[in-house]
Design a protein around this ligand. Structure first.
Ligand code: AMP
Ligand code: MG
Length: 699
């Protein structure tokens, strides 16, 4: 720990906070208002509602003894008031304020929660929260749960909601967003189980800390606001695995569990709470909430599942200039906040929009290049900053299949691997639709609209702005496609170890490689890693390619039927011959020689390729294994085993390019010590029946 590090409750707030910049939603003051699903008309300007973590079993149950404590004699038929029940979580006992103006508050009831810290991502902490002191949680396997350091205790208290960090005008919040789910307008969604606790500033920039699974919010609809262990572990590891590949993403700070049980379709499950970070968690859906745009206008309806007991009348909508929907001032607040304060985009709103387009194009291109499948590309899961966000039924491609669908709940394959770029384009189209009035105003007036522009706007004004907005960004989708294609090419160039990229590479290298993998049922990531060991200069040596093809098929396929093996080796050999010839072209050799003072250009090529082609891939079988180990261990109250299993996978996922027992020639040593052998095992393809596994993750 350096002098300047601070425990979580002492972190400095930025001068302009989310809550100062954006409008608060109007909720009743009783504590139940935070837990009641509330539908807001789309003319609402508000973005966020104050809400405190409530990590508890749901539905809430009160024992007879508790009822008596609350003054209700159940035997005499007296009922318990829900507000009295919830008031027990009011953070009434406040500790002294820090320099940031925030104090920790709690109550005897809150302190009954027994959270268990399962892991901290030290790499994420160092990269995005350098000022945060987590005390001895930084190396949780080396410590016990006795004599916990004060910084670690504060971390666990704040993340779990045992203590609430707040001041008179600042505290945890949840946000309202809308969205298109599986292509259909879904109306209001919102942070149903995510709450932001604090935003802080450091040399690493702005970072918001958000917990997922800490109980109900006004946006929970009919659900419980909780998360099962499985979904928490998948998110915690997924974020860091994606970050290690250099793909923009939210980050994981920590994961906790507690004795709280969650009820899901398979019965009772352990709960988890993940603390994740991002400069902002604003999604396209937040803009759609401010102005649902054309799609929303055509088919707008709020789907009220069970549990909505406080639906505001949508009367105000009728007076709105946005054809009955949306809020222009809210749209302005949100746009300028994200553009100026979060993304520091100094140009026009139009420029900023194109930046958002490019960032998302780059991110989806990186997903394609690394075979990452998000699984649920609804517009409410697309970050305005192009971060990979909301890790649910995601998967990394193993046996290559462009039509692969990783989400069990997507039988139509809307979000299959090959559809990802198109679906991100669709999401950006929804964003464009929401932004049209503000883009058009700027175009016609040469400046962003002033505060209050919505109050005097007429329907005709809005129509005029929308038309101008559409003209202003004409061709944006070509920018998306060009950016995405270029980023994909750059990515493939890097992964295939090329110094140059030629027009024909798209077909003869990339697409033919993919077709070969598909025909051979070969593994995507393992094949690319092995290509680093190819020595292009030896391609003409008798039998070299044939032997390499044999190795490739042996190492990257699982249990091929014997009569398919020879065919697969021939297919692989045919492609490898083209690839080796391409990699041995003069331009390539000359290019690599510049990196190899000793002239050993193939050694330089291999080393560079291994820095971009991971040895470890967070495969479904690894996730299933670590989840099952943790689940069993925790059920036996064996916390150290659960922590160790998680920390091991996190460490490998955070350092995926290491060799883990791999030799220079790409083969795997068989004389490894136990620890390395286990890491090498985790780098393997895993059981055959887990290849192409579709996640039907209960959340
Ligand atoms: P997702 O598909 O996970 O992105 O979730 C879609 C919407 O459902 C979001 O608004 C979530 O906040 C909400 N949601 C998902 N699971 C839960 C849950 N267990 N409790 C409350 N809201 C949830
Ligand atoms: Mg989501």
């Amino acid at each position: 720990m350096t002098q300047s590090q601070l425990p979580i409750h002492r972190l400095p707030l930025p001068a302009k906070t989310f809550q100062k910049a954006l409008t608060r939603l109007d909720l009743d003051s009783e504590p139940s208002a935070q837990r009641r699903s509330t539908g807001f008309p789309t003319s609402t300007r508000g973005v966020w509602a104050p809400v405190q973590p409530l990590w508890t079993e749901w539905p809430l149950r009160v024992t007879k003894a508790e009822a008596l404590e609350l003054g209700a004699d159940v035997d005499k038929g007296e009922g318990v008031d829900v507000e009295d029940v919830l008031h027990r979580w009011d953070p009434v006992d406040k500790e002294e304020k820090g320099d940031n103006g925030l104090a920790l508050g709690s109550s005897a009831h809150r302190l009954k929660l027994e959270p268990i810290l399962l892991g901290v991502s030290e790499i994420a902490r160092a990269e995005v929260l350098p000022l945060l002191d987590v005390g001895d949680a930084a190396d949780i396997n080396a410590t016990t749960d006795r004599d916990v350091s004060p910084a670690r205790a504060a971390l666990v208290d704040v993340l779990s909601g045992r203590k609430i960090l707040s001041s008179a005008d600042y505290g945890p919040w949840a946000t309202r967003y809308c969205g298109h789910q599986f292509g259909q307008w879904a109306g209001q969604l919102g942070d149903g189980r995510a709450m932001s606790l604090i935003e802080t500033i450091s040399d690493a920039g702005l970072t918001e800390i958000q917990v997922k699974g800490a109980g109900r919010t006004p946006f929970s609809r009919s659900a419980d606001g909780l998360a099962v262990l499985r979904s928490g572990v998948r998110e915690y590891l997924g974020c860091e695995a994606v970050a290690a590949l250099g793909i923009p993403t939210t980050r994981s700070l920590a994961i906790l569990t507690s004795p709280i049980i969650v009820i899901r379709e398979n019965g009772r499950e352990l709960s988890s709470l993940v603390a994740r970070t991002a400069p902002t968690f604003i999604r396209i859906g937040h803009f759609e909430a401010m102005n649902p745009g054309e799609a929303g206008r055509r088919s707008y309806q709020i789907h009220f599942g069970g549990g909505w007991n406080n639906v505001h009348e949508a009367e105000a909508d009728k007076a709105s200039p946005l054809g009955g929907h949306g809020n222009l001032d809210g749209l302005r607040d949100l746009t300028l906040w994200v553009k100026d304060e979060i993304m520091h985009s100094n140009g026009s709103i139009e420029d900023w929009f194109l930046d958002v387009v490019r960032r998302n194009a780059d991110t989806v291109a990186a997903w394609q290049v690394y075979g990452f499948m998000h699984g649920v590309l609804n517009t409410d899961n697309i970050s305005i900053m192009g971060l990979t966000i909301d890790y649910g039924p995601y998967a990394f491609m193993d046996v290559f299949d462009p039509q692969h669908i990783c989400n069990h709940s997507d039988p139509g394959g809307l979000y299959s691997y090959r559809n990802q770029p198109n679906r991100v384009l669709f999401a950006l189209d929804s964003l464009a639709s929401s932004l049209l009035p503000i883009l058009g105003y700027e175009k016609l007036n040469g400046a962003p609209p002033p505060a209050g522009w919505g109050e005097s706007a007429s329907t005709d004004d809005v129509r005029k702005w929308e038309e101008a907005g559409l003209a202003a960004i004409e061709g944006w989708n070509d920018i998306f496609t060009k950016t995405q294609e270029k980023a994909e090419r750059d990515g493939w160039k890097m992964r295939f170890g090329f110094k140059t990229y030629k027009d024909d590479d798209d077909r003869s290298i990339v697409r033919n490689f993919q077709s070969m993998l598909k025909a051979c049922s070969a593994d995507f990531g393992a094949s690319l890693r092995l290509l680093a060991a190819l020595e292009p200069s030896r391609a003409d040596e008798d039998g070299y390619i044939r032997k390499f093809a044999k190795r490739l098929i042996a190492a990257t396929t699982a249990d091929l039927p014997p009569d398919s093996v020879m065919r697969a080796e021939e297919d692989a050999g045919a492609w490898l011959r083209v690839y080796a010839a391409r990699a041995a072209q003069d331009s390539e050799v000359e290019g690599w020689k510049k990196d190899a003072p000793d002239g050993k250009w193939e050694v330089a090529r291999t080393a560079a390729m291994r820095k971009v082609n991971p040895r470890f891939i967070l495969r479904q079988w690894v996730l299933e294994e670590v989840i099952s180990t943790m689940d069993s261990a925790l059920k036996d109250a064996d916390v150290p085993t659960a922590r160790r299993a998680l920390a091991l996978v996190l460490d490998i996922a955070s350092n995926p390019f290491e060799s883990y027992g791999e030799r220079e020639d790409g083969s795997i040593r068989d004389d490894l010590d136990d620890a390395t052998a286990d890491r090498a095992r985790l780098c393997g393809l895993g059981p055959r029946d887990m290849l192409g596994f579709q996640c039907s993750c209960s959340s």
